[in-house]
Ligand binder design. Structure first.
Ligand code: HEM
Length: 494
């Protein structure tokens, strides 16, 4: 009898798992119990671009990928992405609640992982503060140029042998830290930066591993012996990050002047807004947990992405001598001195703009974009997708689509130039994603990429260090892709 019951349960489970719950979703590889399609993320297809290419070839431009037990409808074709995520954007603004994130953040806080009214309120607030800090005006540019100049000075201390990833990290980290907490990093507090960076790296490394995905979707596994240690590491690391952010806020609370409406950084602006809502339930959405999470979101989204892109750009240019030469020729022709380059120079530096664009395309930082969820029933490529389905516009597939970018794995800045040398607008260049959830820091990031890149090459004649004459372009897996360590040596151009 017991055997019969167990067999029936097993049959029902398998029927549900392999057929019933998949019957209305777009096709895709068979998910295994608990791990879903994570078994496809083997070493040879990491970090994932090729895996999506293969799935697209086999199942078409819309397929279902199971992240452990979560089905994710994945859209890889540019025309479909444009038609739905841009033109019908309001139906694609949700974010799924990943169980481990909710446990770590103590709810759907922050911007990146929040949704609904909280997301609208907090995204609007963040954009307002960024604008107030002068994004699009000279103020933000001055701050970025201050960091560019400090970076150039620090390079001059050891020009023969430089690891630019560390230098970009600390410099771009200073831009975002200044915006969030009102101070930059230098020799006196670099240890704090390094600790924050190491914890962030660890967090994303853990999250990107199949085991991270598995526990992320099933935090209850953390009660079982084999998984317990792993989950403890994830939680411990996260708590450490939150403590660092919370300390910033509590330090500020001790000295904040509520009589003045002025603010000099994000934390101060947030705390003053919180005060205005102190008689409302949950401080009108300005809870301290919200502040912790938003600090995490802005810090990580604002530092890693930009810094990694700069390091990729440098690597790609040095690996392509003809590009390197054209960059220097343009600087010679259009700038012709060691003065600081500003955004007013941008319209005449077409080749440099094209090189930065191509670096963003080829670096293709997020093989798996952040997921959305549908806010209504939608139909894509003939598939009916119900409200609240997790769905991902896979921007990495667009930027490596050979139909749009022939020889997609080659570095060719010319793709972004018209035949007369002017800059070509290519709508499929989508490193900041698309639609209503498009990157909130795009304006700041583009300004930074241009100013850092142009000024670095204008000041220095850069070559690979002799210890690594031909570094690898293999990507290191994390949530955003990192170049393997390489070193360069520099000489003053003037
Ligand atoms: C090269 C640099 C950057 C790249 C490539 C990049 C890319 C992205 C991408 C692909 C998304 C996901 C959008 C989606 O859901 O489809 C995103 C979201 C986001 N980014 Fe960026 N980003 C960069 C820099 C920045 C900076 C400097 C900041 C902050 C100042 C920032 C803040 C954010 C935030 C808050 C979100 C979440 C937006 C939302 O959910 O509403 N990013 N970014």
């Amino acid at each position: 009898m017991i055997l019969l019951i167990l067999t029936s349960i097993l049959i029902i489970y398998l029927f549900n798992h392999f057929y019933w719950k998949r019957r209305k979703l777009p096709p895709g590889p068979i998910p295994l119990p608990i791990i879903g399609n994570l078994y496809l993320m083997t070493e040879d297809v990491k970090p994932g671009y090729k895996m999506y290419e293969k799935l697209k070839d086999k199942y078409g431009p819309v397929f279902t990928f199971w992240l452990a037990n979560l089905p994710m409808v994945t859209v890889t074709d540019w025309k479909l992405i444009k038609q739905h995520f841009i033109k019908d954007g309001a139906n694609f603004v949700g974010r799924p609640e990943f169980p481990i994130s909710m446990e770590m953040r103590q709810g759907p806080y922050g911007i990146i992982e929040s949704h609904g009214d909280r997301w609208i309120q907090q995204r609007r607030f963040a954009l307002h503060i960024l604008r107030d800090f002068g994004l699009g005006k000279n103020l933000m540019e001055e701050k970025v140029l201050g960091e560019v100049t400090a970076m150039i000075d620090s390079i001059r201390k050891s020009m023969e042998d430089v690891d630019m990833q560390n230098i970009f990290d600390a410099s771009v980290g200073s831009v975002i830290n200044n915006m969030l907490f009102g101070y930059r990093y230098d020799e006196t507090n670099i240890e704090e930066f390094l600790e924050l960076k190491n914890r962030m790296n660890k967090h994303f490394k853990l999250a990107a591993e199949p085991m991270g995905g598995l526990i992320g979707m099933n935090p209850w596994l953390g009660h079982l012996p084999f998984f317990k240690g792993y989950k403890n590491v994830i939680m411990h690391n996260w708590m450490g990050l939150m403590e660092m952010f919370r300390k910033q806020a509590t330090d500020r609370l001790a000295s904040i002047d509520y009589d003045s409406d002025e603010y000099s950084d994000y934390v101060e602006a947030f705390l003053k807004e919180r005060k205005k809502h102190e008689n409302e339930q949950d401080f009108g959405g300005f809870e301290m947990e919200q502040l912790d999470s938003v600090c995490f979101d802005l810090w990580v989204a604002g530092m890693e992405t930009t810094s990694n892109t700069l390091n990729w750009a440098l690597l790609y240019v040095l690996l392509n001598p003809e590009v390197r030469q054209k960059v220097y020729e343009e600087l010679e022709r259009e700038i012709g001195s060691d003065r600081i380059i500003t955004t007013t120079d941008r319209p005449k530096l077409n080749y440099i703009n094209a090189t930065v664009n191509e670096s963003q395309r080829l670096a293709n930082l997020l093989p798996m974009n952040l997921s959305r969820s549908t806010n209504a029933d939608v139909e894509i490529a003939g598939y009916r997708i119900p409200k609240d389905t997790v769905i991902t516009p896979q921007i990495s597939s667009v930027m490596y689509d050979p139909e749009i970018f022939p020889e997609p794995y080659e570095f060719k800045p010319e793709r972004f130039l018209e035949s007369d040398g002017s800059l070509k607008k290519v709508e499929e260049l989508v490193p900041f994603s698309i639609g209503k959830r498009q990157c909130l820091g795009e304006g700041l990031a583009k300004m930074e990429l241009f100013l850092y890149f142009a000024n670095l090459f204008n000041k220095f004649d850069i070559k690979f260090h002799e210890s690594n004459p031909n570094p690898s372009i293999k990507k290191e897996v994390g949530v955003t892709m990192k170049a393997k360590n390489y070193r360069v040596s520099m000489k003053e151009r003037y």
